[in-house]
Design a binder for this molecule. Structure first.
Ligand SMILES: [Zn+2]
Length: 124
């Protein structure tokens, strides 16, 4: 099964929120969904957010499904995976792969639970 960006966001929402949007800034669940993108407007603090705020995926231009694949590759390679190999596997340039690897390593320490769930996902 191939996940597109929307599916990946929905999946991440399920993992992080159990499907119910929660504002990362004020913790309110009183939110209004945007019509044309998977974002939410908080009715308490009036900011807008998506599920990636506060995760290692925040403010990156790399598609989520590439992130998910990268996480699995990094986590499931006992001997470690090289930046070059990662770049080739997910189809990004070396700079991007290097940056992603650094974020994933940081995530392994700070967002362990999320990384673990994503590692256990079946083929995306
Ligand atoms: Zn809020």
């Amino acid at each position: 099964m191939t996940y597109n960006q929307q599916d990946s966001l929905a999946l991440l929402e399920q993992i992080r929120w159990g499907g119910k949007p929660r504002c990362p800034y004020c913790d309110s669940t009183n939110a209004t969904a945007y019509k044309h993108e998977r974002r939410y407007h908080c009715n308490k603090c009036f900011t807008s957010y998506s599920v990636t705020v506060g995760t290692l995926f925040h403010k990156t231009h790399v598609k989520l499904q590439k992130w998910f694949l990268a996480i699995r590759l990094v986590m499931n390679s006992p001997g470690g995976i090289s930046v070059r190999q990662l770049a080739k596997e997910i189809g990004v340039n070396k700079n991007t792969a290097c940056y992603m690897m650094a974020r994933i390593r940081k995530g392994m320490a700070e967002e362990q639970e999320l990384i673990e769930v994503l590692t256990k996902l079946d083929e995306l």
